[in-house]
Design a protein around this ligand. Structure first.
Ligand code: HEM
Length: 417
């Protein structure tokens, strides 16, 4: 069908665009270097004269993943720089060790410039959206049947997603620690043994402050935590004691023995759980067992932000915490979708082309050990009813209002109530 505008304005337009394409500057294909990208699909099955139609999809899917990994890393690096830009010291958090080459400095790091939190949030949310896409993308590859995959799988060996450098960088930059990886993957650097540049990049990603480390440092500076300030932690502990004692009284009043025992057991287990956050050494023992990841002071900051998230100055921090959980949970979902696809394609007892036990290895990576922000997920355990949340002092209320510009943990030494 002819364009109704042709013969009139459009004709002039066509001439103009002809002129534009002939002018200076780059054209679409040049700018995007499509000659490189669109000629990078090399079907091994075709090279062996047994072309398998679905190998094209297999390659494109992996390439699309790698491009998105690149974008995620780009955003992640910028977010880490924003978190780190006000501070040039990597002091240890609460004395807990971190695996960065720590430059010990005693000064209190300057607070995060709040105008940056919006930018951080924007970029974290972008990462979240990309990850959502990556989770969904698995189903496109699943349109390939196991029989089709079998027809070219042998040509791939020893290539495997296990050798994806960007995936390892992504994990390390988020804060997955070597010792938390499943055993088979603790020495993953050997996979890149033939590539010294890749090894260098991996080492650097392990030594640089990870997102988790920087987030913890930021949380540890949450205003109102310090005892000489609002003393949130002291007040929160007293509220929890009151709550537990009320619950215990309620339990003891039950006339039905079965019900009484149930409620008493419940209070007892709640007490034990709270003990793990009020007793720092208890908390640290959980950290050393990998059951918690955050330093004590960071966990305190996260609890405070969660309880007072309605205060204007805590809105964005609270959204940042949610975005971090989204990232963790979407990566777990990706792992899960990938492992299901692997089982569908090669079953549960074939070795992977990368040499692992395949499905069994991948299944073991679905555990909490790979959740960098595990403690944020578990915050709900420590919530208390709204009416028991310690009321903010007038000073804290002002400090957490939009009118107050900037967090400064040290500007309020004499303002406890
Ligand atoms: C037919 C589709 C696929 C199959 C059968 C498959 C199979 C496997 C297997 C068996 C492993 C374990 C390592 C080994 O090879 O021994 C693995 C790891 C991996 N694959 Fe895939 N894969 C598929 C698609 C993908 C896609 C589309 C991506 C996207 C980039 C991907 C990324 C990865 C990554 C990053 C790992 C390492 C995971 C880790 O160590 O935690 N795979 N894959």
């Amino acid at each position: 069908m002819a364009c109704p505008m042709s013969g009139g304005i459009m004709e002039d337009h066509d001439q103009e665009s002809d002129q534009l394409t002939e002018g200076p500057g780059m054209l679409y294909g040049e700018y995007l270097q499509l000659d490189k990208i669109l000629t990078a699909q090399r079907l091994l099955s075709a090279e062996y004269n047994r072309e398998v139609h679905d190998e094209h999809l297999f390659i494109i899917t992996h390439q699309a993943y790698e491009l998105w990994f690149k974008q995620i890393i780009y955003e992640l690096d910028s977010v880490r720089a924003l978190f780190n830009s006000d501070s040039n010291s990597y002091e240890s958090l609460n004395g807990t060790s971190n695996n960065h080459t720590a430059v010990q400095k005693n000064r209190v790091p300057p607070v995060l410039n709040e105008s940056r939190t919006l930018e951080i949030l924007k970029r974290l949310n972008r990462i979240v959206l990309i990850l959502k896409l990556l989770v969904d993308q698995v189903s496109i590859l699943e349109t390939m049947t196991p029989l089709d995959f079998m027809a070219f799988r042998d040509y791939l060996c020893p290539a495997s997603g296990f050798q994806s450098l960007q995936f390892r960088l992504l994990e390390n930059k988020l804060g997955v620690r070597q010792e938390h990886r499943v055993k088979y993957n603790q020495n993953y650097t050997r996979v890149f043994g033939r590539d010294p540049k890749a090894i260098d990049e991996i080492k650097r990603s392990e030594e640089e402050p990870s997102l988790s480390y920087l987030v913890q440092k930021w949380l540890a500076r949450t205003p109102g935590l310090k005892a000489h300030d609002f003393d949130f932690w002291g007040k929160y502990e007293r509220s929890v004691e009151k709550l537990l004692s009320e619950q215990e009284q309620f339990a003891r009043k039950q006339t039905n023995e079965q019900l009484r025992n149930y409620h008493l057991a419940n209070v007892c287990s709640r007490k034990a759980v709270f003990e793990t956050i009020f007793n720092e050494s208890h908390h640290n023992a959980l950290v050393s067992r990998g059951e918690r990841k955050f330093a004590y002071s960071a966990l305190q900051g996260a609890v405070m932000i969660t309880l007072y998230r309605d205060e204007p100055r805590f809105n964005q921090p609270h959204q940042i915490l949610n975005a971090l959980m989204d990232i963790d949970s979407l990566i777990t979902k990706w792992r899960y979708n990938h492992v299901l696809m692997v089982q569908r394609m090669i079953g549960s007892s074939q070795l992977g082309t990368g040499g692992s036990s395949g499905y069994q290895y991948l299944k073991s990576t679905l555990s909490d050990r790979y959740k960098v922000f595990l403690d944020l997920f578990n915050l709900s355990t420590f919530l208390i009813p709204r009416h028991m949340i310690p009321p903010l002092s007038k000073h804290m209320k002002t400090k957490l209002s939009v009118a107050c510009n900037g967090w400064d943990p040290d500007d309020n030494q004499n303002n406890s109530e």
